[in-house]
Each structure stands twice: as structure tokens, then as C-alpha cells.
Design a protein around this ligand. Structure first.
Ligand SMILES: Nc1ncnc2c1ncn2[C@@H]1O[C@H](COP(=O)(O)OP(=O)(O)OP(=O)(O)O)[C@@H](O)[C@H]1O
Length: 308
């Protein structure tokens, strides 16, 4: 067991195949995050991103390994871990307030109506839906529905917010606005977040750490990219930062070529000590994560020894 806030330890997920053989989506996957960090996972379709998120949510179980959150092995779903999906999954017969209040009541069952309402209203305000409390989902735009989903998730003050491509169905303008909102909320509240995205710029804007997964089946977590851009970065002028292109090119290069060739070419990859990369700082700085502890090394030096 580790002192990391989230610790995914040697998980595998296998499915029985039609021919009777098992398909291994991934195995021996290790991943950890600190409290308050924003992690994005990027990888091609089918590499197992949603499977990892579902296991973290407790919606799915690993075939092997364990997931520890805040010192406790997770077993099933919990209000400690809120999930925001691409589709909003709102209760259509309830209003905005009703949808958020429903979540609040499920966490604090003995709260009276006034307390539930006041608490729900705080989160409706936080996502910018003040004035729309009494609208039903059918009266809301896609972006507004997704805001309700975010308010509902945040209202139960989860330890982790899990997001599976939450903005991919939205138009570019709404997506940008909601990215801003989520970033602001996470920074203000110190929320730990784990998000799947196919959008490299979204990951660069939002994430502290970007987890790069190779293609499946048999996908591996190839690298952890530490975002070298300043915390107070803005979405609009992200591309003007001197490190932006080094970071973006590194991720795109991985997706375009290395994600396909990684397993065949990197023969000494240690899934428990995945390289940590900070593109463009001022030369590529590579560190390795030894289960819990982070040790640094620089190009030309041997990979750090690990304690397990
Ligand atoms: N219930 C299941 N039975 C068999 N195979 C499954 C099942 N669920 C997922 N898989 C397989 O596991 C693999 C990983 O699926 P997953 O949805 O996690 O990928 P992903 O990286 O999230 O993909 P995408 O980016 O397209 O959402 C896929 O090959 C998928 O077909």
C-alpha cells in the first residue's frame, strides 16, 4: 500500500473472447496521483481508458490488482467518487435543482429540505446556472445539461471527480467555457480529477499530469507527462507559452507513432516505474516513479534504481 491519494496497483482487465481465449485489455498497470491533482489519460480508441475509469469508479472490477483511494482499497461504487459521463444521465422529470438535490439527499439522508436546497443552490451557482434552477433537462442546451452533471457531481463533495470525455459532444465555444469552469472549480476547491480525453489541447489546458497509453490490446501506460506550463495558464493564450509546442508535439508524436510501436521497441519498460517526462524543460527531463517515490534522472544517466 502507498501514501498516494490514488494508487492503481498492478491492475489487469481481461475479457473472455469468442474463441474461448482471453483478451487482455491491459495488465500490470500502475498509476498514482496526489490529492488535488488533475490527471488526463490519452490514448487511442480501445486501449482501455474507460475501463480504467470504470474500475476507479467501482463500476467495474479488475481481473487482478487493486485500487487504493485515500488509503482504502475500493470496493464498488461510492459517493466519494463522482462520475461525469459524455451523456448527461439527468433525471428528465426533475428540474435542475431537483437533479442536484437528489444527489445531495443520497449523500446526506438526514438533511432537511432547506439545507439540501441551499447546498444544491451553491453548486448550481458555481457552474453558472443561477436562474435556471426550475428548468427541466428538456429545456436545457447540451452545455447546460453538462453543467448540471458537473454541479451534481461536485455537490456530493467527492474525493475524486472522474470524467469520461465530458465535453466531447459539445460545440467548441461551450466546450471552452466549460473547460474554464472545470479548471476554475478544481483550482478553487482543490478537487482531485481524473479525466479521459482525445483532445490534446484540453489535456494541456486542464491536466497537471497526462497519462499516455499505448494501443490495445495489451496496452501499457507508457509515460506520465508532467505539464510544465504555469498553473495560472489561460486557455486562449496557451499556444503562446514557450513550452506549449514542445509539450504538444511530444504528445502528438506519441499518438501518431510511438503509441503503436512502443511495446515492440521499448523492451525494458517497467510498468511500476513509468518514466515521467517534462517536455521542453530546458532539456527533456525524465524521472521514474518507483511505486510511491519519485526519483529524478537526466538524459545520459542510468535509469534510477527503484525500491519496491
Ligand atoms: N464488456 C466487455 N466485454 C468484452 N470486451 C470489452 C468489454 N468492455 C470493453 N471491452 C473491450 O475492452 C477494450 C477497451 O475498452 P475501453 O472502452 O476501455 O477503451 P477506450 O480506450 O475507453 O476506448 P474509446 O476511446 O473508444 O472510448 C476494447 O477493446 C473493448 O472492446
Amino acid at each position: 500500500m502507498t501514501d498516494k491519494f490514488i494508487s492503481i496497483e498492478a491492475i489487469a482487465r481481461r475479457y473472455p473472447g469468442a474463441d474461448g481465449k482471453e483478451t487482455t485489455v491491459f495488465e500490470n498497470l500502475w498509476l498514482s496521483m496526489n490529492r488535488g491533482e488533475f490527471g488526463c489519460v490519452i490514448g487511442h480508441s480501445g486501449c482501455g481508458k474507460t475501463t480504467v475509469l470504470n474500475i476507479l469508479a467501482g463500476l467495474d472490477q479488475p481481473s487482478e490488482g487493486a485500487v487504493i483511494v485515500d488509503g482504502q482499497a475500493i470496493e464498488g461504487t461510492s459517493l466519494d467518487r463522482a462520475v461525469i459521463f459524455q451523456s448527461h444521465a439527468l433525471l428528465p422529470w426533475r428540474t435542475v435543482l431537483g437533479n442536484v438535490a437528489y444527489a445531495v439527499t443520497s449523500k446526506w439522508r438526514n438533511w432537511d429540505r432547506a439545507k439540501v436546497k441551499a447546498h444544491a443552490q451553491t453548486f448550481i451557482d458555481l457552474v453558472g446556472l443561477t436562474g435556471s434552477e426550475h428548468k427541466r433537462p428538456s429545456e436545457l442546451s447540451g452545455g447546460m445539461k453538462q453543467r448540471v452533471g458537473i454541479a451534481r457531481a461536485l455537490s456530493i463533495t467527492p474525493k475524486i471527480m472522474l470524467m469520461d470525455e465530458p465535453f466531447s459532444a459539445l460545440d467548441a465555444l461551450t466546450r471552452g467555457t466549460l473547460q474554464d469552469e472545470v479548471r476554475r472549480i478544481c483550482l478553487e476547491t482543490g478537487q482531485t480529477a481524473f479525466m479521459i480525453t482525445h483532445d490534446v489541447d484540453e489535456a494541456i489546458y486542464l491536466a497537471d499530469k497526462i497519462f499516455l497509453m499505448t494501443n490495445g490490446p495489451g496496452a501499457v501506460l507508457a509515460e506520465i507527462v508532467e505539464n510544465p506550463l504555469p498553473k495560472d495558464r489561460g486557455r486562449i493564450d496557451l499556444h503562446r507559452h514557450p513550452l506549449y509546442y514542445a509539450l504538444r508535439n511530444h504528445i502528438v508524436d506519441f499518438l501518431v507513432s510511438r503509441s503503436k510501436t512502443f511495446t515492440a521497441t521499448v523492451t525494458d519498460h517497467d510498468p511500476r516505474n513509468v518514466p515521467i517526462v517534462r517536455p521542453g524543460k530546458p532539456e527533456l527531463v525524465v524521472a521514474a516513479e518507483a511505486g510511491n517515490s519519485i526519483q529524478a534522472s537526466w538524459p545520459g544517466l542510468a535509469r534510477p534504481s527503484t525500491s519496491s
